[in-house]
Design a protein around this ligand. Structure first.
Ligand SMILES: C[S@@+](CC[C@H](N)C(=O)[O-])C[C@H]1O[C@@H](n2cnc3c(N)ncnc32)[C@H](O)[C@@H]1O
Length: 372
């Protein structure tokens, strides 16, 4: 092994080990963030997918795992966990009652290394919706970002950006508590790994009909489904209409299906049609022109999947891709996710992925796609 322990270097809880050939810290701990409440689901996922990782430390919304001593993390490493909003490799911790002390501790951690980008983000404080809480970057994370950039100078080689470039090396600082920052790094690869903490800034438009607007926009950005303006979409469970509002905004023609009332801003849009029925009551002919299907039903996942299956497996229906919200009415339903995804694959969708989005509540977003 090439590992060399540098040992304790200050009064701060701080360690570092180095891989001399690259100057990058050799990974000993994986850090992850998730929605408050999703910790057990994330631990369970990792126990199955990475049994050699040992759960180590956690706070609500923040977990660390000790990696095996001989771990060699390849550059294209993907954790592959639905409930991990972000992950990176730890190489230090900055504690102390005043900010100057913590800033200096991060600078010591960085040493003479250079990183392409700096990402500062908080762990979540509450479950989404609890105390009207929305996960996201904060005024505090912006302030720490500015202060650390000033402190680190040209150790961060690129200007601040809402999204790192693919392949860039990112220095991460997770604001775990007011006096507790955890430092680490990751290589930006997937779309979400390029966003600080996997988080996008909330841009709540004036007149937003429901939070589902944000959820849908995030789902589109994450999934990169190749929707083209003018194509026809359908959403099952569309009321009051936030997701349809987002789809209309990106130029889609939208069929909204829901027995409940849709907000007048959406209902009056010339490219919107409301079918006031339950999903299974809609004639299959109504889906003839539909290429993209969305579903956001406040029912158990198996019911959502039954409703979708009847539609997408019908011979006259040609759905190219879909974004489905599966409500985890109980957290224990998270264990069923692999089976839910397998069921969707069995309908002919070759690419099926799931992620708990920043704007998801106790639910996950599934994207499924057929080749174009
Ligand atoms: C979470 S809300 C949907 C929010 C919506 N997507 C938005 O953008 O505002 C769930 C909706 O599912 C609807 N729903 C429940 N079962 C349904 C079914 N079988 N078919 C259609 N809609 C259903 C409910 O009436 C409710 O309006």
């Amino acid at each position: 092994m090439y590992l060399r322990r540098a040992g304790l270097q200050s009064i701060f809880a701080f360690f570092a080990i180095e891989l001399p050939l690259t100057g990058l810290p050799a990974p000993r701990f994986l850090m992850t963030t998730c929605q408050v409440g999703a910790e057990a689901a994330l631990k369970h996922e990792l126990a199955i997918r990475w049994p050699e990782f040992r759960f180590s430390y956690s706070r609500p919304g923040f977990l660390t795992f000790k990696l095996p001593p001989d771990a060699e993390i390849r550059d294209d490493f993907e954790l592959g966990a639905v409930f991990a909003r972000w992950y990176g490799f730890n190489f230090g911790k900055a504690t102390g009652t005043d900010e100057a002390t913590r800033l200096a501790a991060v600078a010591t951690m960085v040493g003479d290394r250079q990183f392409d980008q700096l990402h500062i983000f908080p762990r979540d404080r509450y479950a989404p919706g609890d105390h009207r809480y929305e996960p996201g970057l904060t005024h505090e994370s912006d302030m720490v970002d500015a202060a650390l950039r000033a402190q680190l100078g040209d150790h961060i080689t690129h200007e601040a950006s809402p999204s790192a470039e693919e392949g860039q090396l990112v220095l991460d600082v997770v604001l775990v508590g007011p006096e507790e920052w955890w430092g680490g790094w990751h290589r930006a690869r997937s779309r979400v790994s390029r966003w600080p903490g996997g988080l996008r800034r909330l841009e709540t438009p004036v007149g937003m009909v429901s939070r589902a607007y944000l959820k849908l926009m995030e789902g589109l950005e994450w999934s990169r489904l190749p929707l083209k303006p003018g194509q026809v979409c359908a959403e099952i469970g569309c009321a009051p209409g936030g997701a349809c509002q987002a789809l209309l905004e990106v130029g889609m023609h939208v069929i909204g299906i829901d027995p409940a009332e849709v907000d007048s801003k959406v209902a009056a849009h010339p490219n919107f049609v409301h079918i006031r029925k339950r999903g299974h009551e809609v004639r299959r002919g109504e889906f003839h022109a539909v290429r993209w299907l969305f579903a956001d039903l406040n029912v158990a996942p198996s019911y959502t999947l039954d409703t979708i299956e009847e539609i997408v497996t019908h011979p006259t229906v040609h759905i190219r891709g879909m974004i489905v919200t599966l409500k985890l009415l109980e957290w224990s339903l998270a264990d069923e996710l692999p089976a839910y995804l397998e069921r969707i694959r069995s309908w002919g969708f070759t690419s099926v992925r799931a992620r708990q989005l920043q704007h998801n509540r106790q639910e996950v977003c599934v994207v499924a796609e057929k080749p174009g």
